[in-house]
Design a protein around this ligand. Structure first.
Ligand SMILES: [Zn+2]
Length: 77
C-alpha cells in the first residue's frame, strides 16, 4: 500500500468543490475540521470533515465528544 499513514490527508474536493460532510448536506464547506482517531491513526495523521456554517456545531461536537477533533481551519475562497 502506498497510502499515507501519516500527515494530513488531501482535502476531499469533488466536482462541485468542497462540500459539507454532514449527511445529505450539499452546501459549500466553510470549515475544515481536522481529526484523528488515536486507535487507528498515527498521531500526526489528519482526516478531514468539511462543514458548512449550519453544520459546524454538530460535526465538531461529534468529533470532540470522542476526543478526535484536532484543529478547525477556515477554508479560503
Ligand atoms: Zn452542511
Amino acid at each position: 500500500m502506498t497510502d499515507a499513514l501519516e500527515g494530513v490527508d488531501p482535502l476531499p474536493a469533488g466536482p462541485d468543490g468542497l462540500i459539507c460532510s454532514a449527511k445529505g448536506c450539499r452546501a459549500e464547506a466553510k470549515l475544515d475540521l481536522r481529526w484523528n482517531n488515536p486507535k487507528i491513526h498515527t498521531p500526526s495523521r489528519r482526516k478531514h470533515w468539511l462543514a458548512c456554517a449550519e453544520h459546524q456545531e454538530s460535526l465538531s461536537a461529534f468529533l470532540s465528544a470522542r476526543g478526535f477533533l484536532c484543529e478547525v481551519v477556515p477554508l479560503e475562497g
